[in-house]
Design a binder for this molecule. Structure first.
Ligand code: C2E
Ligand code: MG
Ligand code: MG
Ligand code: MG
Length: 281
């Protein structure tokens, strides 16, 4: 009897793996034609400057609308795009699209574009960035590239030199999801980052009183020592905001400020928010 139970569980486990493999393959296949079929869009989430309370920029976040699969989360398709190499085309498209759109924004708002480590080690990446900026007519200081901490390999000298080349043109680099990797500290001096983005999990824990406050304070000191700015992501409550302002976080991002919106909605958000502020000032 117990043997049968064991076999039953085993079969179930195999089926589950089978399903996952099939879903992965399905996504990879569909992803290959997603760009050509115009299923990929960029949505934009506001970045609030804590000192001025103005919206200083937006983070571009990829969205995939598929007729059969529905909305597929980037958390699911980006890793598959990275492993299969599709990220090259997706990433290049996102870079051009984000620069083109941001060039039309008022208030010198900047755009933050997520970049995979795979893209960064590509020798063509620098010219992709330079050409996207030139074609859009977007000043380099209005572009920031976000790289997830856990994806960086320490002392990848090719990556560091590509980053330095691009950084020299005035483009900023943000270390995304800071605190979730296992070599956080060494990343700060190994790569030329201009900003740290405190991972959402720490912001979330601010309400739980589990030492997250001390961690954020320590990040502020680190950023100061390295002359970097700090963004807090995933800010959902007024209490979190109050603490982050108190310790001097530069930029606030999260549902409290605003959810990601379509490109069409960005100009109105900038106009309404920043003009309303100017009116009270
Ligand atoms: P990320 O770069 O850390 O982006 C922040 C994520 O947190 C976004 O998820 C955003 O929608 C979500 N978020 C923002 N504020 C809040 C909040 O207050 N509460 C909660 N619960 N979530 C919040 P999203 O859009 O699903 O993207 C997931 C990840 O996929 C991104 O994390 C990024 O690593 C990756 N990604 C998205 N677009 C691109 C892209 O164009 N290229 C690359 N390489 N990666 C991308
Ligand atoms: Mg990001
Ligand atoms: Mg992030
Ligand atoms: Mg994140």
């Amino acid at each position: 009897k117990s043997k049968e139970d064991g076999r039953g569980r085993h079969t179930f486990f195999v089926q589950e793996i089978d399903e996952r493999v099939r879903r992965r393959r399905d996504i990879e296949t569909e992803l290959r034609s997603a760009l050509a079929l115009r299923q990929i869009e960029l949505h934009y989430q506001p970045l609030l400057d804590a000192a001025s309370m103005r919206i200083g920029g937006f983070e571009a976040l990829m969205r995939w609308r598929h007729p059969r699969l529905g909305m597929v989360s980037p958390a699911e398709f980006i890793p598959i795009a990275e492993e299969s190499g599709i990220i090259r085309d997706l990433g290049a498209w996102a870079m051009r699209e984000a620069c083109r759109e941001a060039a039309a924004w008022t208030d010198e708002a900047y755009v933050a574009v997520n970049v995979s480590a795979v893209q960064l080690s590509d020798p063509q990446f620098r010219s992709l960035v330079v050409e996207a900026l030139a074609k859009a007519g977007l000043p380099s200081k209005r572009l920031e590239l976000e790289i997830t901490e856990s994806s960086l390999v320490e002392e990848a000298s090719k990556t560091t030199s590509i980053m330095r080349d691009i950084g020299a043109t005035g483009v900023g680099f943000a270390l995304d999801d800071f605190g979730t990797g296992w070599s956080s500290l060494s990343m700060l001096h190994a790569f030329p980052f201009t900003r740290i983005k405190v991972d959402r999990s720490f912001v979330n824990d601010l309400d739980a009183g589990r030492g997250a406050e001390q961690i954020v304070r320590a990040v502020m000191l680190l950023a100061k020592a390295f002359s970097m700015k700090v963004t807090a992501e995933g800010v959902e409550t007024r209490r979190q905001l109050a603490f982050l302002e108190e310790v001097g976080v530069d930029v606030i991002q999260g549902w409290l400020v605003g959810r990601p919106v379509t490109a069409r909605e960005v100009p109105a958000i900038l106009a309404l928010h920043n003009k309303a502020l100017a009116a009270v000032a």
